[in-house]
Ligand binder design. Structure first.
Ligand code: HEC
Length: 146
């Protein structure tokens, strides 16, 4: 009952339960229909000004961080169509959209800091300066509406 194949089946089972727990843990009613509840940043956070001026240098740094950590879900142009997007229970936000672009730098910064569900927090992976630089880069993704 305990050959190597049994071990691997058990390991796979455990991995599966972790995935299921992760999904269930983030699945209040609206999410069951694939529709996330509105995600608003706290007002105080939204009012924070961006201390990192969007020079071409800062935008460049933001771009490479985005390429490393965000593109797989949000896509090269931030449209929410990265290679991992279709395997997620919630579609990654379209960062070029009016809905996202109309949010303040402070609000976007706070979302990168806090994270929600599959959108992981960058608390342990980025410095403050890096998060603000990524926000500077997100601004360059704004869809040019005619
Ligand atoms: C594993 C996939 C994944 C990765 C990697 C990821 N995101 Fe997201 N992101 C999401 C999903 C899914 C949402 C929608 C979350 C929700 O509404 O619950 C989201 C939401 C957001 C939002 C909120 C926009 C809104 O709807 O108000 C911003 C901003 C954002 N992501 C930026 C980033 C940035 C910048 C990175 C890289 C540091 C990143 N994301 C990495 C999946 C991802």
């Amino acid at each position: 009952m305990s050959g190597p194949s049994m071990v691997s089946v058990t390991a796979r089972g455990a991995a599966m339960s972790i995935v299921l727990l992760a999904l269930v843990g983030h699945a209040p009613s609206a999410r069951a229909q694939g529709r996330p509840e509105v995600w608003a940043a706290p007002e105080r956070a939204a009012l924070r000004p961006n201390p990192v001026v969007a020079t071409s240098d800062a935008v460049g740094r933001g771009h490479s961080l985005f390429h490393q950590s965000c593109e797989s879900c949000h896509g090269v142009k931030g449209r929410g169509d990265g290679s991992m997007a279709s395997s997620l229970p919630i579609k990654p936000s379209d960062l070029s959209s009016e809905r996202v672009q109309s949010q303040t730098d402070g609000a976007l910064y706070w979302k990168l800091y806090a994270g929600r569900g599959m959108m992981l927090s960058t608390q342990g992976t980025m410095t403050d300066e890096q998060r603000w630089a990524v926000v500077d880069y997100i601004r360059t993704l704004a869809a040019k509406h005619p």
